[in-house]
Design a protein around this ligand. Structure first.
Ligand SMILES: Cc1cc2nc3c(=O)[nH]c(=O)nc-3n(C[C@H](O)[C@H](O)[C@H](O)COP(=O)(O)OP(=O)(O)OC[C@H]3O[C@@H](n4cnc5c(N)ncnc54)[C@H](O)[C@@H]3O)c2cc1C
Length: 491
């Protein structure tokens, strides 16, 4: 089948019976809902760019399973070049949307589940790898968007799944039948969940024998019986309902997260990828997290490019772009952003084949990449706020800039007063100044800060999760030996 156009993708969502709840009620036409639509536009961009001949080499690729041309977001990486192209594609999407475009979690789960099912089958004689290949072929041929669902609610973080007061704190099997399993539980913070055709569920932590019923992975259509989503709020999100697109900051695009609930959902055998083989839960988590930590060396960098550009525009509009201190801040922002990109590229260049044949990133470097991502975007927005000045948080509304209400003794309207006092560098319209200030507000502390700041901190695992991996991969013993050899210390 052909690749979907952006329009076809949006229309395909209407055909699903996805159950979405927001502000305490069911949303029937969620595709056109003004709170949700920017996040759909964002995923649609992954389809639109794949149709553009200018980006065909980056956005499309030959499937290793069928030989068909597919969207790279559904691809199994076949080389280090593929891994590098993945990062470049993500940077491009970040530049075009300045938002989280949501389709990476699915791509990262495909690559993690493909290799983990291969090794699980090798150890247990199961048939998960064939199940997964059939599922992915369907995804590739129909150009579907898939949510990678890993993070469970986790209840008391000090307790294992089987020790929780409520067993639903981690997704688990409640019934095993000859034709499949019945599952219960939920996944939190699910990026692009509502906008996906299917979901892949994976465990969120390593598990022991006692957690067997929680060591489960499977695919499930987004509108499966028993499955529903409760939409996550974002800072300043109701600005989308005010009819003032400038005040939204980025009215076209946005991210999306939701709580996904599985209430006794039946999963047929053919969609099961792990079912009790608890020692492989950790491998799936580690591999997914590795790919996802690489991803942030692309997507956050693309968004960072737009933030840096907006800060430079704010400086230009304010008339300070030639000041050496401003130039230096833009250099620092660029240095930080390109350092993240270097990490994304480096962990891709150092990738290697898995037993199943697809390529995985260098785990140590991917974890270093994400550890930097937990810090540098925060410094980049600090510098952007410094350059922008206070107006990014104190500017009157778009409605004031458009108001005919008379306020001045000489009959001046609110609009005239705003345009008078918020004029800056000659030749720059106050509307452009409003736009750039509101955009920066959105990126630094509005709805888009979810994707640029807090997602940088916790998405793909909180900072400590990377430090644990860095400790494991860092080879301190080997480094001690280097020191002994050079210093002449004998054992
Ligand atoms: C914007 C956004 C998008 C996301 N998208 C997705 C997605 O698409 N799919 C998905 O599966 N997940 C997604 N996530 C989830 C993300 O992976 C988690 O937020 C992350 O793993 C942290 O989990 P948590 O939020 O439950 O925080 P917590 O686990 O509660 O962590 C909070 C703090 O407690 C510490 N902590 C936690 N447990 C322990 C412990 N046992 N001992 C000591 N310290 C501990 C952590 O290190 C951290 O500092 C997303 C998150 C965000 C913010």
């Amino acid at each position: 089948m052909a690749l979907m156009t952006a329009k076809e993708y949006i229309e395909s969502l209407r055909k699903l019976n996805t159950r979405v709840y927001m502000f305490g009620k069911k949303i029937e036409n969620w595709v056109d809902d003004p709170m949700i639509r920017p996040s759909i536009n964002c995923v649609a961009m992954t389809y639109a760019l794949a149709q553009d001949p200018k980006y065909a080499d980056l956005m499309t690729v030959k499937s290793s399973l069928t030989g068909h041309t597919i969207n790279r977001f559904t691809h199994l990486h076949q080389s280090t070049e593929d891994l590098i192209n993945k990062v470049k594609m993500q940077r491009l999407l970040g530049q075009k949307t300045a938002s989280c475009f949501q389709r990476c979690v699915g791509m990262d789960s495909f690559n993690a589940v493909f290799s983990t099912t291969f090794e699980t089958d090798e150890a247990h004689g199961t048939h998960y790898h064939e199940n997964f290949k059939k599922f992915l072929t369907m995804v590739q041929d129909n150009d579907l968007t898939v949510d990678g669902a890993m993070t469970d609610p986790k209840g008391d973080r000090s307790k294992a799944p089987h020790d929780q007061a409520d067993p639903d704190m981690y997704v688990h099997v409640v019934e095993r039948r000859p034709d499949g399993i019945v599952v219960c539980g939920a996944k939190c913070h699910q990026t692009g969940s509502v906008n996906s055709h299917w979901h892949i569920f994976m465990p969120t932590i390593s598990m022991s024998e006692a957690d067997k019923d929680w060591a489960v992975s499977f695919a499930c259509p987004t509108d499966a019986e028993g499955m529903y989503m409760i939409y996550g709020r974002q800072s300043c999100d109701t600005r989308k309902l005010e009819g003032c697109s400038i005040d939204v900051g980025n009215a076209k695009f946005g991210g999306q997260e939701a709580l996904v609930v599985l209430d006794h959902v039946f999963i047929p055998n053919e969609y099961i990828f792990l079912n009790g083989e608890c020692e492989f839960a950790g491998m799936m988590v580690e591999r997914f997290a590795g790919y996802h930590r690489q991803s942030y060396g692309g997507c956050k960098v693309g968004v960072g490019d737009v933030v840096i550009g907006a800060a430079a525009l704010a400086a230009e509009y304010n008339g300070v772009e030639k000041a050496s201190a401003v130039k230096d801040k833009l250099i620092e922002m660029t240095h930080l952003n390109e350092t993240l990109y270097s990490c994304g590229i480096a962990c891709s260049c150092e990738g290697c084949p898995t037993k199943a044949g697809n390529y995985q990133i260098d785990l140590l470097l991917a974890n270093v990449c994400k550890q930097n991502v937990t810090r540098f975007p925060y410094e980049i927005v600090r510098l952007a706020e410094d350059i922008a000045g206070g107006l990014m948080v104190t500017l009157p509304s778009q409605k004031d800039f458009e108001s005919d209400t008379v306020v001045g003794n000489n009959g001046e309207t609110i609009s005239e007063i705003c345009n008078k006092y918020f004029a800056a560098h000659e030749g720059v319209s106050t509307e452009d100044r409003q736009r750039v200030m509101r955009f920066l507000e959105n990126m630094c502390l509005g709805a888009a800060a979810v994707g640029y700041r807090t997602e940088s901190m916790h998405g793909a695992g909180s900072p400590q999760a990377q430090r644990i991996m860095i400790a494991r991969q860092g080879n301190i013993q080997g480094k001690k030996q280097f020191a002994k050899d050079v210093a002449g210390i004998k054992d």
